[in-house]
Write a protein that binds this ligand. Structure first.
Ligand code: AKG
Ligand code: FE2
Length: 309
C-alpha cells in the first residue's frame, strides 16, 4: 500500500491527476502543496479566527442563528454530534457561506452571511479566503476530472454558485467536565463534494483505512489536506472514497492547548443532480449505483442525521 499522495498544485494537472486520483481511491485523502492560497491571507485568517473565539461566550452566542441549522454564523460548544455518535463533539465553530446577489435564482438555498462586528477586518478577510479556497478547489476538481476520463472543466459548471461553506473551527483545551467518550471530532464522513482543510499540521486528524486502522494524517505546515465527500463518492459510485475521519484528543501538554483548523466544504450547486457517472458503472467499481438525487435534497438528509437540521 502506497502512502497518501502529496502533490504540488503548480504542476501540470495531467501529471498529478492519477497520483491524486489513486490516493482518493485508496485513502479518500490527498495533501496539496503550492495550492495558491497566499500565506499572508492564511495568517490573517488564523489571527481573526482566534480573536473571534476569544470573545466572551455571551458575545459569541449573539451570532447563533436559531433554526438555521448552523449554516451561517456561530455554533456553540456541545452542539454538533457526528452521525450515530452518543455524545457531542468538543468544538465550536463559525460558518461563512456564499453571498448571492439579491434576486438570484439560488438565493432560497443560501442564507445571507452575518459578521461579528467585534473583530475588525473579519468580513473582508474571510470573503477573500472563501474565494481563494474556491479557486484551489476548482483546480483540484479539474485534476479529478482528468483522472475520471472526463473533460477537464467537467466540474466547473457543477460547482458554480454552489453552497460551499467555510468553517472556522476551535477545539478548546480539554476540560475535566467532558462527557465520557467525547472527542474533538467523532468519526464521520463529510457530506459535500470535496473538503479542503487548512490547519492539519496541528496533530489529531486521523482517517480510517480500508483495512480498518486509524492512520494519522500529517501535513506539512501550510499544506491543504483534501478529502472526498459523500456527494462525490456517490457521483463516482464509490470509485473515489468518502473516508471516515476524526480528530482525537491530544495527550500531555497539547491537551492544554486549543486546536484551530479551517475546512472549506466545497459543494455542488443545490440543483445539480448527483447521478452516478457512466464511467463509474458497477462493472468498474463493484457497487450498484445509488439513484439520482439533487445535491440540496442529499444535504438535507444528511444534516438531519447530525443534529443540524
Ligand atoms: O479539524 C480538523 O482537522 C477536521 C475537521 C473535520 O473533519 C470537519 O469539520 O469535518
Ligand atoms: Fe470532516
Amino acid at each position: 500500500m502506497s502512502d497518501i499522495a502529496s502533490v504540488s498544485l503548480e504542476r501540470p494537472l495531467a501529471e498529478i491527476a492519477d497520483e491524486l486520483g489513486h490516493s482518493f481511491s485508496e485513502f479518500g485523502f490527498g495533501v496539496i502543496r503550492d495550492h495558491g492560497i497566499p500565506q499572508d491571507l492564511i495568517d490573517r485568517a488564523d489571527a481573526l479566527s482566534k480573536a473571534f473565539f476569544a470573545l466572551p461566550e455571551a458575545a459569541k452566542l449573539a451570532y447563533k442563528l436559531e433554526g438555521s441549522g448552523g449554516a451561517r454564523g456561530y455554533t456553540s460548544f456541545g452542539t454538533e454530534k457526528a452521525k450515530d455518535a452518543e455524545v457531542h463533539d468538543l468544538k465550536e465553530f463559525w460558518h461563512v457561506g456564499r453571498d448571492l446577489p439579491e434576486g438570484h435564482a439560488l438565493a432560497e438555498f443560501m442564507a445571507p452571511n452575518i459578521w461579528p462586528g467585534e473583530v475588525a477586518g473579519f468580513e473582508e478577510t474571510f470573503e477573500d479566503l472563501y474565494a481563494a479556497f474556491e479557486n484551489a478547489g476548482r483546480r483540484v476538481l479539474r485534476a479529478i476530472a482528468l483522472h475520471l476520463g472526463l473533460e477537464e472543466d467537467y466540474f466547473d459548471a457543477t460547482i458554480e454558485d454552489g453552497n460551499s461553506v467555510m468553517r472556522l473551527l476551535h477545539y478548546p483545551p480539554l476540560g475535566d467536565d467532558a462527557p465520557e467518550g467525547a472527542i474533538r471530532a467523532a468519526a464521520h464522513g463529510d457530506i459535500n463534494t470535496i473538503t479542503l482543510l487548512l490547519g492539519a499540521e496541528e496533530a489529531g486528524l486521523e482517517l480510517l483505512t480500508k483495512q480498518g486502522d486509524w492512520l494519522p494524517i500529517d501535513a506539512t505546515p501550510g499544506a491543504l489536506v483534501v478529502n472526498i465527500g459523500d456527494m462525490l463518492e456517490r457521483l463516482t459510485n464509490g470509485k473515489l472514497r468518502s473516508t471516515t475521519h476524526r480528530v482525537v484528543n491530544p495527550r500531555g501538554d497539547a491537551a492544554k492547548r486549543s486546536r484551530y483548523s479551517m475546512p472549506f466544504f466545497l459543494h455542488f450547486r443545490p440543483d445539480f443532480i448527483i447521478d452516478p457517472l457512466p464511467s463509474c458503472a458497477e462493472s468498474e467499481t463493484g457497487n450498484v449505483p445509488e439513484p439520482a438525487i439533487s445535491s440540496h435534497d442529499f444535504l438535507l438528509q444528511r444534516l438531519r442525521e447530525i443534529n443540524l437540521a
